[in-house]
Ligand binder design. Structure first.
Ligand SMILES: C[S@@+](CC[C@H](N)C(=O)[O-])C[C@H]1O[C@@H](n2cnc3c(N)ncnc32)[C@H](O)[C@@H]1O
Length: 298
């Protein structure tokens, strides 16, 4: 089966790593392999490509120069140690989900398809969306919706979910959507569906996405050779705020108590890159993406 995923900011990603000839890179989010193929085509010598979704690795198949790893990008350091790789010239994290995952009804990722309340990227992990919705306390659910979905009606939704599950556990995305419809009655052609926030929140919680980003960004930065770059693509404001804060922290000089630099920063942040209007017109998924780059300077 081939991928349906269109890589975002493809030329910008290739350009962000500079001249690629002979470079050793990590792609922490292999997905459909589009970015990795372009990086290898542009001259990279080798890519170590991670995906926590075994199905993604299968779809990518074999590519000369690619070493595939089924696992979370937070394991990057240990895996590179195992491969005998001390430093790399670049790391790419294209966060979130591929179209292959979002469009697969069986994974229950999206309110657009009826499927089981699952949402795991790695089906070997234990926690599913059904477990959160049917098993967590009302306040815990409200907290997830508020923190990871920025859902203003988080408490009302959590209350309705807890009432609905008393009759019988919710099993499908359609059943979840029916409860959300009670809080947000359908209004025809609204620009964005209010269910998007709840689905995002549950996906983020099921896949512990923010904790993984928090662990991976400093780890990836520490693996960079001088001149090496960490390139991160985010798709929502939660991810983007976190990545920006982590990169800014790494790019800060160490000061003494009167503000003199005692240790200049090892990293610097480069200018943020956004998709062009043409790209967004051709690929709706690109509309919210931002690319941030951190470079090791010493
Ligand atoms: C947006 S897609 C990447 C698309 C890819 N750049 C391409 O060109 O096709 C994100 C992929 O990263 C994977 N992923 C997300 N978080 C991950 C993590 N913490 N560790 C490993 N893979 C992850 C997902 O399973 C998904 O396949």
């Amino acid at each position: 089966m081939s991928t349906r995923h269109i890589p975002v900011l493809l030329h910008e990603v290739v350009a962000a790593f500079g001249p690629l000839a002979g470079k050793l890179l990590v792609d922490g989010t292999l997905g459909g392999g589009g970015h990795t193929r372009a990086l290898l085509d542009a001259g990279a010598a080798r890519v170590v490509g991670f995906d926590r979704d075994a199905g993604a690795l299968e779809r990518v198949g074999e590519i000369a120069g690619l070493t595939k790893v089924q696992g979370n990008f937070v394991e990057m350091g240990a895996v590179l140690d195992g491969l005998g790789v001390a430093v790399v010239d670049g790391v790419l994290l294209d966060l979130g989900y591929s179209s292959d995952q979002m469009d697969d009804a069986a994974r229950g990722m999206s309110y657009s398809h009826d499927g089981p309340l699952d949402m795991r990227m790695d089906v070997g992990e234990r926690l599913t969306a059904a477990e959160i919705v049917n098993g967590w306390r009302e306040e815990e659910i409200a907290d997830v919706l508020w923190r990871y979905g920025e859902e203003p009606k988080s408490r009302a939704i959590a209350r309705k979910l807890v009432a609905a599950r008393k009759a019988r556990p919710l099993e499908t995305t359609g059943e979840l959507l029916a409860v959300l419809d009670e809080v947000y009655p359908p209004r025809g052609q609204a620009r964005s569906h209010p269910a998007a926030r709840t689905f995002q929140a549950l996906r983020v919680a099921v896949n512990h996405e923010l904790a993984d980003i928090e662990a991976a960004v400093p780890q990836a930065a520490q693996r960079l050779a001088v001149g090496g770059r960490l390139v991160v693509i985010t798709f929502n404001s939660l991810e983007d705020k976190l990545v920006k804060r982590l990169m800014q922290g790494l790019a800060r000089d160490e000061l003494d108590n009167v503000g003199r630099v005692v240790k200049p920063a090892v990293f610097k942040m480069l200018k943020k890159v956004m998709p062009s209007a043409e790209e967004v017109a051709g690929n709706r998924r690109a509309r919210s993406c931002k690319l941030r780059v951190l470079e090791r300077v010493r």
